[in-house]
Design a protein around this ligand. Sequence first.
Ligand SMILES: Cc1cc2nc3c(=O)[nH]c(=O)nc-3n(C[C@H](O)[C@H](O)[C@H](O)COP(=O)(O)OP(=O)(O)OC[C@H]3O[C@@H](n4cnc5c(N)ncnc54)[C@H](O)[C@@H]3O)c2cc1C
Ligand code: SF4
Length: 319
Amino acid sequence: MKAFEFERADSPAAAAAAAARNPGAKFIAGGTNLLDLMKLQIETPTHLVDVNGLALDTIDASDAGGLRIGALVRNTDLAADSRVRKDYPLLSRALLAGASGQLRNRATTAGNLLQRTRCPYFYDTDQPCNKRLPGSGCGAIKGYSRQLAVIGGSADCIATYPGDMAVALRALDAMVETVRPDGQSRSIALDDFYLAPGSTPQRDTVLEAGELITAVLLPPPVGGRQIYRKVRDRASYAFALVSVAAIVQRDGSGRVVVGGVAHKPWQRDAADAELPQGAKAVAARLFEGATPTEDNRFKLVLAERTIAAALAEAQEATS
Ligand SMILES: Cc1cc2nc3c(=O)[nH]c(=O)nc-3n(C[C@H](O)[C@H](O)[C@H](O)COP(=O)(O)OP(=O)(O)OC[C@H]3O[C@@H](n4cnc5c(N)ncnc54)[C@H](O)[C@@H]3O)c2cc1C
Ligand code: SF4
């Protein structure tokens, strides 16, 4: 691990200012992703700003009738919260499908959103990777791409966003609240939060240097039958090959979001409009323009079947 300076912040604005003052700084929360990346020298921050002492660890009712989830709320606590389990069961299910009990006890809401891709070439510093080292090339595109994106990628990167929680948050229309180094705050729709790789795959999100996530905002409960299905190579402690978050209302309308297939949780309004026609029609719209590799073409079939299973489970529960 490379040497770095360490400081504890005592307010969100101070944390953002400290990160902005020190080029190459990173925030550290649970550390379950960042420390792994530092040990492998994939991330080499010169300065760490510890945000664990900030008062961002509560879940509160929001003025709009939803919930305001502090950036430091641990995944275990969020999944177990009675309001989340009752009104946003999709979120609880997605969280519990992720990682392991020990990791969820430590992992925070903001850190989970910002976990980095699990592309094997990103993790192997002997291999080219534009996300890790811009301009070095992409080992995955002509290499081993089974886990990688089938849609939304570019000629420079086909990485996927690997997490579970954000897939549910997208289905629930969550917003990400931040504070910038100048003290200004902003709210970003989850759909706008993750950047397409384009020619700058090193940038995962729209966050600017020093911008700190302070909370995730959930709108008022939408009801409906909420399902999260995750397909992975083993039953626990593994990232999704494909995951599906589905919300289905009594009248058959709803939303489907797919994880494990793109640089962000993947959703299209035109696909949701096909819900009454069934999974095949939804998947056809969702994956219009897909560019799978030979290794990961199976994900298109797997996604359609996982959507079908989620919709069937939703219908069973409402009938
Ligand atoms: C073996 C293993 C299996 C896993 N399996 C899954 C899985 O199945 N599903 C899943 O979803 N996840 C999985 N994970 C990932 C895990 O959920 C993440 O590591 C965790 O959520 C990251 O949260 P953290 O608080 O530890 O983040 P950290 O490691 O502290 O930080 C991660 C990133 O977020 C940034 N950051 C942290 N807080 C803030 C903030 N407030 N504002 C701005 N930036 C911030 C940091 O600078 C860093 O870049 C797994 C991890 C491991 C190690
Ligand atoms: S897909 Fe992206 S993360 Fe993976 S090797 Fe290519 S550039 Fe790197």
